[in-house]
Design a protein around this ligand. Structure first.
Ligand SMILES: [Zn+2]
Length: 102
């Protein structure tokens, strides 16, 4: 099945809007990366970082899990089943994620 130029344009516009929805996820991942670096830096200070260093592995693992969660939930593309209108396969979101598969 070939798409008309108008259909291609609409599809591309929907894909761009879905990618825009992922900005908040990518921004959060950047913030968490920065926090990880700050924890590492704090731990390198023998006095100020003493207590943080005791929990460093747990803190870094929690941040890593959160980053993984955000990556899985980031909108990836328009739902192929409903073309962005929302359906049961995309849980009404109109997009699909890595976690959602399809
Ligand atoms: Zn859908």
């Amino acid at each position: 099945m070939t798409q008309s130029p108008v259909e291609k344009y609409r599809r591309r516009s929907r894909d761009i809007r879905v990618k825009d929805k992922g900005v908040i996820y990518r921004r959060a991942i950047l913030d968490l990366t920065r926090i990880t670096e700050e924890v590492e830096k704090e731990c390198s200070d023998k006095v100020k970082g003493h207590y943080v260093r005791l929990k460093k592995t747990r803190i870094i693992r929690a941040i890593h899990d959160l980053v993984d969660c955000l990556k899985q939930c980031e909108p990836q593309s328009v739902c192929p089943s409903c073309s962005g209108d929302g359906c049961s396969k995309c849980h009404g979101t109109g997009f699909r994620t890595k976690a959602g598969g399809q």
